[in-house]
Design a protein around this ligand. Structure first.
Ligand SMILES: Nc1ncnc2c1ncn2[C@@H]1O[C@H](COP(=O)(O)OP(=O)(O)O)[C@@H](O)[C@H]1O
Ligand SMILES: O=C(CO)[C@@H](O)[C@H](O)[C@H](O)[C@H](O)COP(=O)(O)O
Length: 386
């Protein structure tokens, strides 16, 4: 949702009709620069103009990436005349749109977007020489962006296509049954999300040091989000490190074997004094604070101790961003757990259970695609009813 790609109007893809179903393939498109991109240093971000938005700008955010390209690789921007998230691109290609449409959910996650006014910070951006012609037009999340211009797999030509939603908002929509639910998603990264009461308005100035951000949801409501950059990827980094050490020692081992052995070892090691702050990627509000290990004693060095401490550290880091007690003050009564790093890791589940003062349940169909389909179905249904 924070990522950006560029393409050329009318040349973004080519359709092939030959096979069983028409398919489209990208043509005059750039590479995707994702939310994980780290090219914008703290110094570079500090050199950018102050946004007129409640959200600050971090590395990996679309507008920050465009500013970076403008400064460091202006030629690369000249080949394209439109930009969007990768999901805006897919919608534009499916519907044959000349200009992409973007929901406020994705626009807000690019930075330099005012959610109250529903508009880009055009004056600020223009004054800084930003190529504002690249910014997509804004559409209401849940609205129809267009109709499929061709049949696509089993989907007939002329089918309405919704404007792309933020993946976080769509995932939350798939499982937040009540306003008293919080959602904890641990996959590559981590998000802890609670819904704010209707009428809630975030402070209108960005605070780059705030660990909780307010993301637009539906019908002008907001989600409070602690988005940690350090989740399953921390465990994946540890596993890759072990596999590399083993290779350096002349032994070959599969990553999946390491995962199952370390989870099993930590399941038997119920506690540890070893303390790991696992922020190998820093956090958006503290980009330069990297990981650390403390309270290292010779008795706590087994694989079980280290894995237990890593899993606990991921949850503790999240707690330091959004104290779980705060959720209670917002009226949360239950946490819905989701994400592959959580569902595949019993030890991480135990640490979640241990840290949260609420019952934690695991959703069946917690998925951005399910949420996006539900948004469109319910909206369509409501329209037919009225
Ligand atoms: N075999 C495994 N057992 C337990 N956890 C795993 C295993 N493989 C990957 N993971 C965890 O799941 C996380 C997400 O993995 P993956 O499914 O590749 O990504 P995503 O769900 O973000 O598409 C990884 O970062 C890692 O922590
Ligand atoms: O960074 C945030 C929220 O700020 C994430 O939602 C981010 O945009 C990513 O899209 C999601 O984390 C993608 O999911 P995954 O790769 O962690 O499975």
């Amino acid at each position: 949702m924070h990522g950006v790609m560029f393409w050329k109007t009318g040349q973004g893809c080519e359709w092939t009709e030959g096979g069983a179903a028409p398919v489209f393939e990208p043509r005059a498109v750039s590479q995707l620069v994702t939310w994980q991109d780290g090219r914008c240093s703290s110094k570079f971000l500090a050199s950018l103009p102050q946004p007129e938005s409640h959200l600050s700008v971090a590395t990996g955010f679309g507008c920050a990436t465009i500013f970076w390209l403008l400064k460091n690789s202006p030629e690369s921007l000249k080949s394209y005349d439109v930009a969007g998230t990768i999901h805006d691109y897919v919608v534009a290609m499916l519907c044959g749109l000349t200009r992409p449409l973007m929901s406020d959910q994705n626009a807000a996650s690019w930075g330099y977007f005012n959610t109250r006014r529903q508009s880009w910070n055009l004056e600020i951006l223009r004054a800084a020489g930003f190529p504002v012609h690249l910014l997509p037009d804004i559409a209401e999340p849940g609205s129809v962006a267009g109709r499929t211009s061709r049949a696509w797999f089993e989907i007939p030509k002329g089918t309405p296509v919704g404007v792309a939603l933020g993946d976080l908002q769509a995932s939350v929509y798939s499982c937040m049954a009540q306003r008293t639910d919080a959602v904890l998603n641990i996959s590559t990264s981590v998000q802890l999300v609670a819904s704010m009461p209707s009428g809630f308005q975030p402070a209108q100035t960005p605070d780059p040091t705030a660990p909780v951000a307010y993301f637009p949801y539906f019908d002008r409501t907001y989600l409070a989000v602690a988005a940690s950059l350090n989740g399953g990827n921390v465990l994946a980094t540890f596993v890759r490190m072990l596999v590399q050490w083993m290779a350096d020692l002349g032994l070959e081992v599969e990553e999946s074997t390491v995962y199952s052995c370390m989870i099993q070892a930590a399941a038997q090691q119920r506690d540890t004094c070893l303390t790991i702050t696992p922020t190998v990627l820093g956090e958006r509000h503290l980009p330069d604070q990297l990981a650390s290990v403390t309270r290292i004693s010779s008795s706590d060095l087994s694989l079980g101790h280290v894995t237990r401490a890593l899993c606990r550290g991921i949850i503790q880091n999240l707690h330091s961003m959004l104290p779980f007690q705060q959720l209670r003050e917002w009226g949360v009564e239950r946490v819905i757990g989701s994400g592959s790093a959580l569902s595949r890791n019993e030890v991480l589940k135990q640490e979640v259970q241990r840290a949260f003062p609420f019952p934690v349940s695991y959703g069946q169909d917690v998925d951005a695609a399910v949420g996006a389909a539900l948004v469109m179905l319910q909206r369509n249904f409501n329209q037919q009813e009225s």
